[in-house]
Design a protein around this ligand. Structure first.
Ligand SMILES: NC(=O)c1ccc[n+]([C@@H]2O[C@H](COP(=O)([O-])OP(=O)(O)OC[C@H]3O[C@@H](n4cnc5c(N)ncnc54)[C@H](OP(=O)(O)O)[C@@H]3O)[C@@H](O)[C@H]2O)c1
Length: 266
């Protein structure tokens, strides 16, 4: 990995910072992307002090066409791109029709369009060199549909399906480039505070530390796994849920808002 470039979006907080730390420890040079430049600079300082790698911060709002295009251009121009982590994301709480349309639009731009554009920019070079990896940070929410999180579940399900398609095309081409959809459950980051979500009702055992989630993700990519669900409990829950009849899944998804209303007043 030494000398190769890893690009991590959403690297100013949470899992993105952890990806940056663990990829630097593997010898990758870093391009870290998010809106808050001061945070990115701080992460780069920490990483440069701990590892002999280059770390470049890039301020970009990936819901904006111009910022996304600037990052795409960097990816297309990089002759040593070894890793892309599409990690930037956010959640919303509350009924779809009551959300501001701008917020819904931003979520689709960030989770769907930015992921699609950046994969499209990264893949040709990786395939030509026949090496590299892409991790699309999805969610355990990709496997469920839940009232109160309509766009979040839908966009994360899209990320899984999209990554699955890329996986098939890479296999068909006999490529050594790897792709993964990372599907974490509740993880300790700034995600829920940003969402102003009261997490006091969520059982302690459901939480995973970000460093463990990222370690399992990078190990999963090394092993060539398409879908990575960190934590045995979440893997068991996902398996059990997949066995439920469709009408029971609908009923479960429909009861979710009451739980959220209690938590958030949403
Ligand atoms: N935490 C969980 O429980 C959990 C569970 C499943 C999946 N996930 C997924 O994990 C990923 C990382 O989230 P996290 O938990 O680490 O949350 P976090 O701590 O809130 O970090 C989110 C990151 O995304 C960046 N970001 C948000 N909007 C952006 C935009 N428009 N342009 C560029 N960057 C943007 C933020 O940076 P700026 O604000 O500086 O732009 C921040 O660096 C997300 O895709 C999330 O959906 C999280």
């Amino acid at each position: 990995m030494s000398g190769e470039l890893a690009v991590v979006t959403g690297a100013s907080a949470g899992m993105g910072v952890e990806f940056a730390r663990q990829l630097a420890a593997q010898g990758y040079n870093l391009l870290l992307v998010a809106r808050r430049l001061d945070r990115l600079e701080h992460v780069c300082e920490e990483i440069s002090a701990a590892h002999p790698v280059k770390c470049e911060p890039m301020a970009a709002d990936l819901t904006r066409d111009a910022d996304l295009a600037a990052l795409e251009q960097k990816l297309r121009a990089a002759t040593n791109l070894g890793m892309l982590v599409n990690n930037a994301g956010f959640g919303t709480l509350g009924k779809f029709h009551k959300q501001p349309i701008e917020r819904e639009d931003q979520m689709h731009r960030l989770h769907v369009l930015a992921t699609m554009h950046l994969c499209h920019a990264a893949l040709p070079g990786m395939m030509e060199r026949d090496r590299g990896g892409i991790i699309n940070v999805s969610s355990i929410a990709a496997f469920v549909t839940s009232a109160g999180s309509v766009s979040y579940c839908s966009t994360k399900a899209w990320m899984n399906r999209f990554t699955e398609g890329l996986y098939m095309e890479l296999k068909l081409a006999g490529s050594h480039v790897k792709v993964e959809a990372l599907c974490p459950g509740y993880t300790h980051t700034e995600f829920h505070a940003t969402l102003k979500m009261d997490t006091s009702g969520i059982a302690k055992w459901m939480w995973l530390p970000a460093d463990r989630v990222v370690r399992e993700s990078l190990e999963g990519l090394r092993q060539g796994r398409l879908i990575v669900i960190p934590g045995l409990r979440y893997r068991a829950m996902r398996r059990a849920y997949s066995l439920l009849p469709a009408r029971l899944k609908l009923a479960i998804g429909t009861t979710a808002p009451r739980y959220r209303r209690r938590q958030n007043g949403a």
